[in-house]
Design a binder for this molecule. Structure first.
Ligand code: GLP
Length: 245
């Protein structure tokens, strides 16, 4: 694993943009795995800038997203569909038909899983997968558990994750406690994995991830250690506890 420590969030976002550009810049049909949350927002601003400056072209790009809440409409501002269009897709030259986000709209749970697995199979191995991490080590919405799913599945979110994600919701709004998520097998199906983490809240998870010696389903991010090309991009604050007893 390559570890890159940046001074702050801004520097981390610029560096993430450079890494993505290095991987997909010359590809005709880049395949990109995308994440939500506050961590990649700065990266998405960089991708928009590079697209406007003709440094990156998304005309033939295919994107796949990690996850989506269950029980809120895709037009709801809290949905990950809304987030992706608002933070990235509305501002770059990507084709709507090349955007893939798990969806339960107008379909049974069973079909939602089958359909997203099919979309992932259609896109195939990604050139790069962007990832963030939850404070408890979850990746996408794969929460700590005795077993982890390889493919798309429904998950009940832990109280800790619901609590942590509630910061995006207005007072009184219900924070969903169920989600549909890409599985660990598909997350790993990318040539490069770019894991980003910043800020004090990520100190413990970054330390544990770097220093862990075992794969642990109760610490889902540890599964990334089986992948041969992971870049861990962090800011100095998130990295601060590494090496400390
Ligand atoms: C959510 C998402 C994850 C994301 C995590 C961290 O749970 N499902 O994909 O990595 O939050 O979010 P943030 O970047 O806001 O810390």
């Amino acid at each position: 694993m390559r570890i890159i420590v940046c001074k702050n969030y801004e520097e981390m976002s610029v560096k993430a943009g450079e890494i993505v550009k290095d991987v997909i810049g010359r590809l005709h049909r880049p395949k990109i795995g995308l994440a939500t949350g506050s961590t990649p927002e700065g990266l998405y601003k960089e991708l928009i800038r590079m697209n406007k400056e003709d440094i990156l072209n998304f005309e033939h790009a295919e994107t796949v997203n990690l996850d989506e809440y269950v029980g809120i409409d895709e037009n709801n501002e809290q949905s990950y569909h809304y987030y992706m269009y608002d933070k990235l897709f509305n501002h770059i030259n990507i084709k709507d038909s090349n955007i893939h986000i798990p969806s339960c709209k107008d379909k049974s749970d069973k079909d939602a899983l089958i359909d997203y697995d099919k979309e992932l199979d259609y896109v195939g191995r990604r050139d790069i997968q962007i990832l963030g991490v939850g404070n408890n080590g979850h990746i996408a919405f794969n929460e700590p558990a005795d077993k982890l799913n390889l493919r798309t599945s429904f998950v009940d979110l832990t109280d800790e994750t619901v609590e942590s994600n509630s910061r995006f919701f207005e007072d009184g709004e219900t924070v969903p406690n169920r989600a549909i998520t890409m599985g660990i097998g598909d997350i790993l199906n990318a040539d490069t994995i770019l894991m980003m983490a910043n800020g004090e809240k990520k100190q413990d998870v970054v330390k544990e991830f770097i220093e862990c010696k075992m794969l642990d389903t109760h610490f889902p991010i540890s599964m990334l250690h089986v992948h041969k090309n992971v870049i861990l991009l962090v800011d100095e604050i998130a990295y601060a506890k590494v090496g400390n007893k």
